[in-house]
Design a protein around this ligand. Structure first.
Ligand code: FAD
Length: 405
């Protein structure tokens, strides 16, 4: 029987899994399978510095090919898609027709961007998930595109910010009355939206997109349900992602009924022997939040879970739960928004107002505990609250720590 560790998905969670396996002393065969042609690269810069004016930016790869092959001793299979998993024979089928036997496997296939009907028939319409997407969006911004962003989520908002930095006109269309409700809650979504207004982005909430408009195969605008057409040379669709799990159909891996993410236990095990998962693709019960089941789309979660999944796969008898407090950041117009914990709250209290400060800080309460914190432009503060949440501190203790009560 093979003792090979196969990691499917050559991005952040996959790479961190490989690094953690070697660090834990695993000396067996370690194969990293990635569908993209590129070496594993970092995604957050793609909607930030990568879009800035100036010389063509470097690709934000994590490690050189030599480092991956020589130092990590990786059997690197790029430009290769996993097409199936047979848990009985313990093999992964690959797009080149071959099969890989495994002792254990980590699924880190992340998620792919959703788009609008008809988007694939018009040039100038992009999602932003991959390096290739970022290159195309950057090129369009270089040529001075009028930009319409569909969806006021984090990535769409960062693209809008990048376009405004270049002085270009941008409109964001959002179906909900307030942006970011699911990520930070309604009031805080409103506070973030104010950044768009202050920086000249035309943010339109509560509007429904009827479809894309084009001529000669190129996008020329976005039509709203009331018939208005917003002219555009570049349309960026930021309407969320879908976990990349089609290839697992029939494998016995349990997929979530809503979005087809992978259902794991708290140790990131899928329920199949030796099969673990990590990163954006995973639903898992978070023990710090009373077993609340989460699927996170955050850099820090993917990094932490990748490492944990590898350690648990190699040492299942001592498998540990995923306990990292969720954390994400997003950069808009020179401001940094940071969030820790969960937005599901009984109360959100704006602390900065109480202290008479203009830099933003708000805390989230669930029951009698602090369960979340959002800040704008207070980079060191948010990590202090992350620690309080990790230690399950009470609401009262958090308020005292903040200097209010
Ligand atoms: C533009 C952008 C900006 C972001 N900015 C931030 C930020 O500011 N802050 C933050 O916290 N988070 C941010 N994120 C989120 C963060 O980058 C993700 O949470 C992280 O990349 C998830 O890592 P992952 O390894 O789980 O999945 P992914 O990065 O999605 O990687 C999965 C990989 O698996 C490959 N794959 C899929 N299916 C298969 C298959 N069948 N066979 C082989 N390979 C396969 C995919 O091609 C992909 O390369 C951003 C994301 C994007 C796209």
């Amino acid at each position: 029987m093979s003792d090979r560790l196969v990691i499917v998905g050559a991005s952040l969670a996959g790479l961190r899994a490989a690094q953690a396996a070697r660090k834990a002393g695993f000396e067996g065969e370690l194969t990293l399978v990635g569908g993209e042609v590129h070496l594993p690269y970092d995604r957050p810069p793609l909607s930030k510095a990568y879009l800035d004016e100036g010389e063509d930016p470097d690709t934000p790869v994590f490690r050189s090919e030599a480092e991956l092959r020589d130092e990590l001793k990786l059997d690197l299979r790029l430009n290769t898609w996993a097409t199936g998993l047979d848990a009985e024979r313990k093999v992964i089928a690959l797009s080149d027709g071959s099969e890989l036997e495994y002792g254990s496997v980590i699924i880190a296939t992340g998620a792919a961007a959703r788009t609008l009907p008809g988007a694939d028939k018009l040039s100038g319409v992009h999602t932003l998930r991959t390096l290739d997407d970022a290159v195309a969006i950057r090129d369009a911004l270089e040529s001075g595109a009028r930009t319409v962003v569909v969806g006021a989520g984090f990535i769409g908002s960062e693209v809008a910010s990048g376009a405004r930095k270049r002085g270009l006109p941008v409109t964001i269309l959002e179906a909900l009355p307030v942006p970011l409700v699911r990520s930070v809650g309604e009031d805080m979504g409103r506070a973030c939206a104010a950044l768009h207004e202050a920086n000249g982005t035309d943010l339109r909430c509560g509007v429904k997109v009827a479809g894309l408009v084009g001529e000669d195969g190129k996008v020329t605008g976005v039509e709203l349900e009331d018939g208005e057409i917003l002219p555009a040379d570049l349309v960026v669709v930021g309407v969320g992602v879908a976990p990349s799990t089609d290839w697992l159909a029939g494998s016995g891996v349990t997929l979530h009924e809503r979005d087809k993410g992978i259902v794991c236990d708290e140790t990131l095990n899928t329920g199949l022997p030796g099969v673990y998962a990590a990163g954006d693709v995973v639903h898992f019960p978070h023990q710090l939040f009373d077993g609340m089941v989460m699927r996170l789309e955050h850099w820090t979660n993917a990094a932490e879970q990748g490492a944990l999944a590898a350690k648990n796969a190699l040492n299942p008898d001592e498998a540990k739960p995923a306990l990292g407090v969720p954390y994400f950041w997003s950069d808009w117009y020179g401001s940094r928004i940071q969030f820790v914990g969960t937005p599901a709250a009984d109360e959100i209290r704006v602390i900065s107002e109480e202290l008479g400060e203009d830099k933003f800080l708000a805390l989230y309460r669930r029951g009698d505990r602090i369960t979340g914190c959002i800040t704008i432009d207070r980079p060191t503060q948010v990590m202090k609250y992350r620690r309080l949440i990790a230690q399950s501190k009470s609401w009262q203790e958090a308020l005292e720590f903040a200097g209010v009560s």
